[in-house]
Design a binder for this molecule. Structure first.
Ligand code: SAH
Ligand code: SF4
Ligand code: F3S
Length: 463
């Protein structure tokens, strides 16, 4: 017979008393940051964070609905938990949240096919999770709470950052643009901007806690409108960057994402006025043909877009530019697609996120009749990837021999002697490093380049 030591018994009791949670995050930085907030709230309440899902007794899935494969991956992973839930019952809690839960047909599917899920909540009420858990444990019945509009912005929620030296900061929520392919306006609601003073206060606190780099988040940061206490517009996005540029301790400012139709000259000029703003711009183009852009409801032309790129490079010649591109949008002809390829050649992106168009129920484009066959989509996708990767590799090769300022994130997962970090232009750099480099900005000589990263050697630290 196996003996159970006192230590074993204490550890088991601890496990039961101290609920350990694990969060799996799908989707974009919005979701990643929401997960940091969820972790912050639960840690504040005395829950512990498990490193791996198998060690947790509260499992949380933060979902994304932007493309169909995100949906599929979520349901696949959720299904794997059924056995454990059946065996452990009340001692194992399954929570699902995020963008998918803002869609009624998804909530209905979970209720009918995964009835053992304990808690369902949405993107607008993540702050309610601790209360929903309390209700679940006290009242012993499932909790479903999804808000269908944003309501007041909830300030002051804690956050458990992934990195000590860098942080995401939401400056606005939601999206008003209704690109015809996109589900986000339906899952994240209408645009709401935080007050500038709340954002500044948060960033000052982050700087005091060791944060050097902030990434300002919003679905379209260019339409940020921060109102003062009197409710009047007092601050646009460029003004906000100027305010953040003044905060001691913050060395780098980044932001995501910008809609080209709202990119003002005033914002472009901040790149020459604010020295902390990194030389990097993510400017999703989506397509290179005017007729596709029109049917996507993007509200700019190819020429407008190219003009913006020209202005950005004129103000900041070092700037690296990345984009998002969708191939196979309904009605996209071979000529339309060729225009996307030629636009990539013209802009010469440092990197591009490429997506196969995915039908999203409830969006206008889902109803368009001229859907593109899967094999055509894939052929175009492969051609596009070849083009953007070739250009990325050529752009990266230009870095060899340069000395770049790199904010060091830490050692690589596979080799503890190799460290990685990002240049101001958002290039990933790998180099032999030491633990004290983590969180510091160091000079790295770039010795070679790949398609998606650079290799280098540290030459000095700035502190
Ligand atoms: N608000 C941001 C990001 C939105 S989602 C922006 O406008 O840039 C990120 C990217 O996913 C989009 O830029 C788009 O390229 C892609 N995307 C959105 N919906 C899609 C769909 N239905 N099919 C394929 N890609 C999609
Ligand atoms: Fe989606 Fe367009 Fe809004 Fe971006 S701007 S979130 S692509 S609707
Ligand atoms: Fe996905 Fe929601 Fe972000 S749909 S891309 S997680 S806003």
């Amino acid at each position: 017979m196996k003996c159970t030591s006192n230590d074993d018994i204490i550890e088991r009791a601890d496990q039961i008393l101290k609920k350990k949670f694990h969060i799996t995050t799908f989707g974009c930085q919005m979701n990643e940051h929401d997960s940091e907030t969820i972790a912050g709230m639960l840690l504040e309440r005395g829950y512990e964070q498990a490193k791996e899902r198998k060690d947790a007794n509260i499992v949380i899935f933060n979902t994304c609905s932007v493309r169909e494969n995100a949906d599929k991956r979520f349901f696949g992973t959720l299904g794997q938990l059924k056995k454990k839930k059946m065996e452990e019952g009340e001692n194992f809690t399954v929570c699902v949240c995020g963008c998918m839960m803002q869609q009624q047909h998804i909530v209905d599917t979970i209720k009918s096919k995964y009835p053992w899920v304990d808690i369902i909540f949405g993107t607008h009420n993540i702050h309610q999770l601790p209360e929903l858990l309390d209700n679940l444990y006290n009242e012993k019945h499932k909790q479903l709470s999804v808000w269908h509009d944003g309501g007041e912005i909830v300030e002051g929620l804690p956050s458990k950052r992934l990195f000590k030296h860098k942080a995401f900061v939401n400056i606005m929520y939601g999206c008003n643009n209704f690109c015809t392919y996109c589900i986000v306006p339906y899952t994240r609601g209408r645009e709401r901007s935080r007050k500038p003073e709340d954002i500044i206060r948060e960033i000052k606190d982050l700087a005091a806690d060791g944060v050097k780099e902030v990434t300002l988040l919003g679905q379209n940061v260019n339409s940020y409108r921060g109102a003062g206490d009197n409710g009047q517009d007092v601050c646009d996005f460029a003004d906000l960057i100027h305010l953040i540029n003044e905060i001691d301790g913050i060395d780098r400012i980044r932001f995501m994402t910008s809609h080209p139709k709202d990119l003002s000259d005033k914002l472009i000029n901040t790149f020459s006025e604010c020295e902390k703003l990194c030389h990097y711009f993510h400017l999703p183009v989506q397509a290179g043909s005017d007729s596709v852009l029109k049917r996507m409801n993007r509200r700019y032309t190819r020429e407008d877009y190219l003009e913006l790129v020209k202005k950005l490079r004129a103000v900041d010649p070092k700037m690296s530019i990345s984009t998002d591109i969708i191939v196979g949008f309904p009605g996209e002809t071979e000529e339309d697609f060729e225009e996307t390829l030629s636009l990539c050649e013209e802009v010469r992106y440092d990197s591009a996120f490429t997506f196969l168009y995915s039908v999203r129920t409830g969006t206008p484009a889902a109803e368009y009749e001229d859907q593109i066959p899967e094999n055509t989509k894939h052929e175009r996708f492969n051609k596009l990837v070849e083009t953007v990767n070739r250009i990325s590799a050529e752009k990266n090769a230009e870095y060899v021999g340069r000395i770049e300022k790199v904010l060091v994130d830490g050692p690589s997962k596979t080799d503890s002697a190799i460290y990685s970090g990002r240049t101001e232009t958002f290039k990933l750099v790998n180099f032999p490093g030491t633990p004290e480099m983590t969180g510091r900005i160091i000079d790295v000589m770039i010795t070679s380049s790949n398609t998606f990263s650079l290799e280098g050697e540290a030459v000095s630290c700035d502190e």
